[in-house]
Design a protein around this ligand. Structure first.
Ligand code: SF4
Length: 679
């Protein structure tokens, strides 16, 4: 009997921002198994269920295998040469007829750093517009806006390993047990050593059940809670006066604003008792090393940016920053959402958060890229969709699925239908790809080489294990073909060359090159070849100099329950699935684990509506309605509903509304008014 040869390829999980290391077992060009990487510095031999099954969608029979052009409403195969020529003709025509800003591009947190860099370069240098963005807008747009303004950097300040050394951890709006399981493991490790866990979440999530304090705050009322905590800390004299005076500015205005937040007011609006607010405030302020974790429970609100400012204020007041085991730690949802931001897939920043409005920055990139660059910041994701068919005439979407991820998808569908030309590059025929004029077949994580940057700013090597199916090409190669067709100098032969270019233009990546990334990667800022990287930020000084207190304006959710729509609807993620389900719903194991769309309902509300466990129910809002299965649980508050957004057959975003945070333009996914009926 001949034994089949197995190759073991070390790479990075394609799902969440934890960036766990895994090993793909490849036999005869097929990935037959995934196993853990015992040497990985963060995951240390652990994976969650998604990671263990990361290979399952790779060889799925429904993978896209050739370019497809829509003719008479039917997709027909065309050659790559035809596809590349047609694509660039259409985009050039839109720009020539309507001006450069008629072109826009959505880059991707699922693609590598090198691909994101090339994507934004194609849009900026090829079409002379800053209309480039990606899905970070829908998750951590407020984080980038507020933390950059307050601290000088929008990234996680500390490392994942640091959680295990904290003696107090507050989680605001994060169900890391389902969305970032490996990080949750570190947090539980800290708890086992005696750390106090405080969870602020309207839902009774698994972390909430395991916390010493669970604060089921009213929807969107994080600012009253945090202001109440800060006011109590000041009243007790527990603030870190020397940190505040030596390292921050704007405190006087903040102190004055807190006069308006006596404990009774904070308690009344937040729904948390004065005693509990006082207890958690003291716990955080007295801790030797306290860490804040936050996620979309506070960012996906019309006051999302103000919420993140409130978090920054609390940490600065207590001096819980700039040291190991402390900090403000936004957990990034997708494996390379940090990298896509770092690479300038943003309408206002070139790579490395270098502002497009800065003449010095522009001249540096202009000199390197050999072309003038646009001055005005471009459109965000939500503005691109809103302007589709009007200001935006041709849209290039790489590995994103707005028909599942954007708010009010009926309206998104309408608007995308008005475009002169829509090109979608993806690995499956997604809900968005179906609307496209041209579909390009890209490659998945296992079929490409490059780098991903995890939530803790760790740049890690992604290694190719197998070839893309049929005529599909890796996204790096597709971008090179498109760039060359436009006449750009996109003659790169491998992604390592692109990283060298990034390093030359981007100070925080200045010391990063493929040869330095094995075995453990490097955490940015890494400014030179001998820089070992930076495990925690803001040591001695903030990236902007002094940390800035910003008084956060509290505004309640835009749409509140009324007699017609008496429930508050919250959307979110669950353990087995990842975002729009493109990959996890095609993984047999994950799909079997969770195959049916559902809504969580409090038993009291179910009883009033005559609903029992497993009933088909209709959830409606002013935008639309969906039918799903009833799950009765006390994990949601009475009067609220929770719907995961992974299921295309009952898309949660048919219900959500388009109200935006005025600063970061994130939609309010975490609160809208809804109705519940038995089907
Ligand atoms: Fe993958 Fe995240 Fe799970 Fe790690 S925790 S295995 S990165 S999905």
């Amino acid at each position: 009997i001949q034994t089949m040869k197995i190759d073991y390829i070390k790479t990075i999980c394609p799902y969440c921002g934890c960036g766990c290391g895994l090993i793909l077992e490849v036999a005869d060009g097929i990935i037959v198994n995934t196993r853990q990487d015992m040497d990985h510095p963060v995951s240390k031999g652990h994976l969650c269920m998604k990671g263990w099954n990361a290979h399952e969608f790779v060889h799925h029979p429904k993978r896209l295998t050739s370019p497809l052009l829509k003719i008479n409403n039917q997709f027909q195969k065309i050659s790559w040469d035809e596809a590349i020529t047609l694509a660039m003709e259409k985009f050039k025509a839109a720009a020539d007829t309507h001006g450069p800003d008629a072109v826009a591009g959505l880059s991707s947190a699922r693609c590598s750093n090198e691909e994101n860099y090339l994507f934004q370069k194609l849009i900026r240098a090829g079409f002379h517009t800053n209309n480039v963005d990606h899905c970070a807008r829908l998750c951590h747009g407020p984080t980038a806006a507020a933390m950059t303004r307050a601290l000088g950097s929008g990234a996680m300040t500390n490392s994942i390993d640091d959680f295990a050394g904290a003696d107090c951890i507050i989680m605001f709006g994060s169900n890391a047990a389902e969305t970032h399981p490996i990080i949750m493991g570190q947090i539980y490790e800290a708890c086992a050593k005696g750390a106090t866990l405080i969870v602020v979440d309207p839902r009774t999530t698994e972390p909430a059940k395991n916390a010493k304090f669970h604060l089921p705050v009213n929807f969107g009322a994080d600012i009253p809670l945090i202001n109440g905590m800060m006011r109590h800390i000041l009243d007790c004299g527990l603030e870190d006066r020397s940190f505040v005076s030596q390292r921050t500015e704007g405190f006087e205005a903040m102190e004055q604003a807190l006069e308006l937040w006596p404990m009774e007011r904070a308690a009344q609006i937040s729904g948390i008792s004065p005693e509990k607010i006082a207890q958690v405030a003291e716990c955080y302020a007295r801790a030797q090393n306290a860490s804040i974790v936050f996620c979309m429970g506070i960012t996906q609100h019309t006051c999302g940016t103000a919420n993140v400012h409130a978090v920054c204020n609390l940490a600065m007041l207590c001096g819980q920053l700039g040291r190991p085991f402390t900090g403000i730690n936004p957990l990034r949802g997708q494996n390379n959402v940090q990298g896509a931001c770092d690479m300038g897939a943003l309408p206002d920043f070139l790579p490395g958060y270098q502002g497009v409005t800065s003449p010095d920055v522009r001249s540096k990139f202009q000199a390197a890229w050999g072309t003038p660059l646009p001055v005005t910041p471009g459109l965000t994701v939500t503005e691109m969709t809103a302007g589709a068919g009007e200001t935006v005439r041709a849209l290039y979407i790489m590995a994103e699925n707005p028909m599942m991820s954007d708010p009010d998808i009926h309206s998104v569908k309408n608007r995308l239908g008005k475009l002169d030309f829509l090109m979608v590059q993806d690995i499956f025929m997604t809900e968005t790809a179906r609307l496209a004029d041209l579909v390009l077949p890209g490659a998945c994580f296992a079929e490409k080489t490059g780098t991903f940057t995890s939530t803790e700013r760790r740049v890690q090597l992604l290694r190719k294990a197998v070839s893309p199916p049929g005529e599909a090409m890796d996204d790096f190669s597709i971008l090179c073909c498109l760039g060359k067709e436009l006449g750009l100098d996109f003659n790169y032969t491998d992604p390592g060359q692109v990283m060298d270019e990034i390093a030359g233009l981007t100070p925080i990546y200045g010391g990063i090159g493929f040869s330095r990334l094995a075995p453990h990667g490097l955490q940015w800022p890494c400014v030179s070849q001998d820089d070992p990287g930076t495990p925690y930020l803001h040591h001695q000084t903030f990236s902007r100099g002094r940390g800035l207190f910003v008084v956060p304006d509290y505004t309640p959710p835009m749409e509140i329950p009324d007699p017609d729509y008496p429930f508050t609807l919250v959307t979110g993620r669950i353990f087995c699935h990842y975002h729009t389900g493109t990959m996890t719903r095609r993984s047999p194991t994950l799909s079997q684990e969770s195959s049916t769309p559902f809504v969580q309902i409090h038993p009291q509300d179910a009883q009033v509506s005559g609903i029992v466990q497993g009933d088909g129910v209709r959830v409606s809002t002013r935008r639309g309605s969906i039918v799903l299965s009833a799950r009765l649980t006390r994990d949601v508050k009475p009067g609220s509903l929770f719907v995961p957004f992974h299921f295309a057959e009952a898309p949660a975003n048919a219900l959500t509304h388009e109200a935006l945070d005025p600063v970061s333009k994130i939609p309010e996914f975490k609160a809208c008014a809804a109705r519940l009926e038995r089907e």
